[in-house]
Write a protein of this length. Structure first.
Lengths: 672, 672
């Protein structure tokens, strides 16, 4: 190893000295208390100290097939280890432990590109619990929980994603044998995407159009055996394989599945809700909305577990790197400055730091509402479900879109080194960017929220007091646009609500205008859909800012922590205001004469946050193994790590690659 | 193969029937004439019909090492084939042929992740030509051109990129032996990134700080032998290897290089400009600016060859896919519509189609100016160099940033399938996004343009008529902000200039204000650098719009082609106006009362372009093998291709993977 300067390590140490607040205090606050921090670290140590769970060669050097085989090896080891942990620890449910490993940051340290067993725990078991009868639950949960079988959940088809009613797979009941016949009538009806489906699972919940007595009753869930339990060979009539390489998540083993008239017993239809009797009589579900729950739950997990954690990783890496990287000159003759001192660099990183807090607080709100609505639902009360659904839709869309963009900005902030796989940016991006599309494509979700908002707009004068997130629509008055502007956070937060209301109002009026001219409501809707998505985004941003402001008001921390959180809240709000300045000038009480002052405030906030930047990302307390980045480790020893990582490449194991003798030397000697 | 519906193929055929203009006419126009189109297709056929140049297994399934070995095999074949082509065809220079293969779209069909030989042609040979004496050229060019040696260009170091003066590698002259001693004093001084450096090259131009007679004379280029020509073993004192996996371009074989007091003869310093005499006397260059040329040339190539072609690919794939993908419902009970009929989908794709034209026209302008300035430079006339440099900087930055974002929007527009490697989006993005950082990091480039603009702003009253791209600064009057708004393209284009001038003016005033208060000029600059980058972006966008408008005015095509180009020009301008609406309200004569009308115009342009969308991307005429996408092929047969691609995965070659027997079965039988 060549000489390494100790300067970067000194640079990052100095950053920590500059920090104006107690980092540990903020970590505990984010974890939900010092005890929770301790528990988290205990769990991390247990898994991350195990050498068996570490890859000898980083997986990016392996072939696709080797990656898969390694993933199965590690998964088996890991899940045994989870079991051992569970038998030693009484606190927390088993499901929580699995979730913290499969959905949380911990799993990403052990398996960067995702688990082939994930859907077994995240989708199969919850679906059986939610849609199986007691007898079905008893049978399938016990087999699945003990890992006698490995299962997945097959809904999406090659030609059908968003629009569930469009699924083509059929399940036709044959009363003569009391069986369902599963069939894929076309190539587009092949199931496509389920995790673990390729080669890892032998059972699946399959969603199919139920036909009985010649009539279609829509989509229902069936448990289907895919592979023989002993030989693992595909069952007769089952066409199965993996779907191939992807931008990321290449160890998830996403698969395809086609049926050639596959027969399954009648009791494989999950019948908690709807039933088919022996003679083929269809008995309808009492309450179809109950299946909403899982969908909303998954979106909460995406915001909290995927969006927040991946942004926290990205901005930790970029901020620490920016504190040790020195480049160019601010003043002639002076030493090269830390790049964190450039205003343009602060502009790339600090809004992302603020967004980690902003999105986290909104996710916590959503999680609390989800739990409270779930309890209500058990008592048959569905009143708050539409608001929960609308907020889950737009928050999932806005947060994953914002984080998607911000991760790339963090990567660019690290220059060429951010392009290296060992920076971990490629993997962080590959993981997060999938969430823009899965579990509800973002544009589709925004339009769902927009539909809720337009309906609310029309009802605002006739309905009684609206729920919390809609109250501003009832309070909206055109005269608000003439309120004097002031510098307070409340004034800014109120402007976000004015923009949202103004955009919703404008969409509603444009749609009405078109329908009055004789355009069909559907065409009028489609013709305004760009603006409708933007109205939903504005509603969501107003909500996030509002929650952030409230959090800074009720927060129970020391004054230095509170002060920096207020700065981040202001930065977040003004950043998005300036990024949508046109909307604020059109729809809020902000005037052109106020803009320059806001810009000045914004840049002075960057300067205020500068000394705390490294402290803030430290407070996320991401274990070096979870961060997985040569650029972002706690000690700042960037260059040594880059060099060590480079030398893990199998190409570097030999001074001369055999392709020289085989191809290159004959070519160079051929006198072209 | 299961049943495939012929519907998507019909859908795309119907799109072509709808097209209002002659697609071939537009193709010829973009190629520069029917003859050029014919030549291009001839070259494409020659290379793309060769089965030897096709990979049996898509490279994404290979290990990193296998990818490299395959790349060397294919490169040797390909370059022999280029030579054969050259000996058969007299038209065009050899260098042009290499460039069209290495830098153009053709190369990407043969080797998706880049060539390990590229730097040999793109950087090494031009550097010898630009900086070597006649004797040095005679010796090195003949060896390099005949491929007796394989070479690279080593400038960037592990700790130093943008700031060339900060490079640490030293070359100290020893008059006693008439040698230079190359040395890497630290780990951060290791060369890092050069393509082909890892295992492919045996010579390099190395940039190092030249020391002679105890004095440093700054960065100079040296030719250094890295590996033995017969054994390919690293030469004594040379520490060399590859830098590891990256987000993309994994067959480029980027390498690192350290020197432990490596001695090279004096004549290995390229001495066309500066010299070191035998006794160690340093003789200074007469004209240091001449090396600017290559740098600008590379940026022109990035805009034309990398940004435009990759965006054209991305939007071709997404538009064709959107014409065959059917999803959800616009009206209850009607069949699922083509997703291209959704306004939100048009919003994702059509601005990208427009951008292909916009960027292309600007790139052509830049290319023409580059050639004219190069001629001027040969006559010692450097007057137009600053404008060329300033435009090359901001165009490279703005175009790669825009394209980077638009490629991802195109990918998202394809839903989950865009995440598949076989969509080719991951590779297109991996290739383009590197260009955001390399050859001048975009933020740094924007600040270089900003420096030129601020200087021009201060000189606008004292200097005589300013060059074309700055004229608007001289013409700027505050009273322009009160000009009446109208719907013409000229009014919009003028507003772009008002915004640019307004932002430059605001930056200049803010900087002056701070320096008058006693802030140092450097700190005042840094404190305004966010706004400065945005001013440079505004200048660049105004330029692109201006060039696009002019092109539509002088274009010599039939009326239907011209009509659609005008629509695209309007769409491009209004898209960016609405995306920066705040700036237009603050700095131009656009008023809040004009906004709604612009929005209406924008959505009606989307409807106008809708029937021509597939025709427009067809006019880019990208060969299916160059497009390399299961989603984007000409015939629209999307689902069959996705299925065929999935089955190329080596994992699908066996029904049961061996990891079942080794790991999974024991795990499932262990009664966890």
């Amino acid at each position: 190893m060549p000489v390494v300067s100790n300067k970067c390590i000194e640079d990052i140490k100095n950053e920590r000295k500059k920090c104006t607040f107690n980092i540990q205090e903020l970590t505990n606050y984010l974890d939900g208390g010092a005890e929770k921090t301790k528990e988290r670290k205990h769990l991390e140590d247990y898994f991350l100290s195990d050498p068996e769970l570490k890859d000898a060669v980083p997986i990016e050097y392996l072939s696709h097939k080797e990656k898969y085989e390694n993933a199965i090896r590690i998964s088996c080891l890991l899940f045994k280890k989870v079991n051992a942990w569970l038998s030693q620890h009484e606190s927390g449910s088993a499901m929580e432990a699995y979730q913290s490993i499969l959905g949380g940051t911990l799993g990403s340290a052990v398996m960067k590109e995702g688990f082939p067993f994930a859907v077994h725990y995240v989708m199969f078991i919850p679906t059986i619990l939610g849609q199986g009868t007691m007898a079905q639950q008893a049978y399938w949960i016990s087999r699945a929980w003990n890992c006698e079988i490995m299962c997945t959940y097959a809904q999406t088809e090659l030609g059908h994603g968003t629009f569930i009613r469009g699924l083509e797979t059929t399940a036709t009941y044959d009363p003569s044998t009391e069986e369902f016949v599963l069939h894929s009538p076309t190539l587009t009806s092949y199931k496509w995407w389920p995790g673990g489906l390729g080669h890892t699972c032998n059972y699946a919940v399959v969603l199919a159009q139920l036909y009985t007595k010649g009539k279609c009753h829509g989509i229902h869930p069936f448990v289907v055996q895919l592979r023989d339990e002993e030989t693992w060979m595909p069952m007769p009539g089952i066409k199965i394989g993996e779907i191939g390489c992807k931008l990321g998540m290449n160890t998830v083993n996403n698969g395809y599945l086609g049926f050639d008239k596959v027969r399954i017993p009648r009791d494989r239809l999950l019948m908690k809700n709807s039933k088919v009797l022996k003679d083929g009589t269809y008995v309808k579900s009492q309450n179809e909305k109950l299946t909403y729950g899982t969908m909303i739950f998954v979106r909460v997990v995406i915001i909290k577990g995927v969006a927040v954690t991946n942004l926290a990783k990205a901005v930790t890496i970029a901020t620490r790197y920016s504190s040790v990287r020195r480049q160019s000159e601010l003043k002639p003759g002076e030493p090269e400055p830390q790049i964190l001192d450039y205003q343009t660099q602060q502009y790339k990183l600090f809004p992302a730091i603020a967004a980690v807090f902003a999105i986290r607080f909104s996710a916590t709100w959503l999680w609390d509402v989800y739990n409270s609505v779930s309890t209500d639902l058990e008592h048959g009360d569905m009143e708050k479900l539409p608001e929960l659904h609308a907020m889950a839709c737009c928050l999932k869309a806005v947060c994953t879109d914002d984080v998607n963009r911000m991760i790339e900005i963090c990567r660019f902030a690290c220059g060429g080194h951010g392009y290296m796989t060992c920076s971990n940016f490629p993997n962080i991006y590959g993981t997060l960017t999938a969430a823009v599309t899965y579990e509800g494509e973002n544009t589709v979700l925004l339009l769902q929220t927009a539909r809720y908002l337009i309906k609310a707009w029309h009802q605002r004068n006739t309905s009684k007091t609206m729920t919390g997130t809609l109250k501003y629509l009832q309070e909206y008055k055109t005269s608000s646009l003439y309120l004097p502007w002031n510098r307070t956070l409340h004034c800014i937060a109120n402007a976000f609500h004015l923009v949202a209301a103004g955009k919703i109002k404008s969409c509603a009026e444009n749609i009405d205008h078109l329908t009055q001219k004789g355009v069909s409501p559907e065409d009028a809707w489609n013709h305004n859909s760009i603006e409708l998505t933007q109205a939903a985004q504005a509603h969501c941003k107003a909500f996030i800012v509002d929650i952030f402001v409230k959090e800074t008001e009720i927060i129970m921390t020391s004054e230095p922590v509170q002060k920096v959180l207020v700065q981040l809240c202001e930065l977040y709000a003004i950043y998005w205001l300036l990024n949508n300045l046109g909307d604020f000038l059109v729809y809020s009480n902000l005037n052109i004469s106020n803009v320059e002052e806001l810009r000045q405030k914004f840049t002075s906030l960057l300067s205020d946050i500068r000394p705390n930047a490294v402290g803030l990302v430290d407070s996320f307390d991401i274990h070096d193994d979870i961060l997985g980045s040569a650029l972002g480790a706690y000690d700042g020893n960037v260059y040594e790590r880059l060099f060590i990582e480079a030398n893990k490449s199998p190409l570097n194991a030999e001074p001369v690659n055999e392709s020289f003798h085989k191809y290159l030397k004959p070519f160079l000697k051929s006198n072209m």
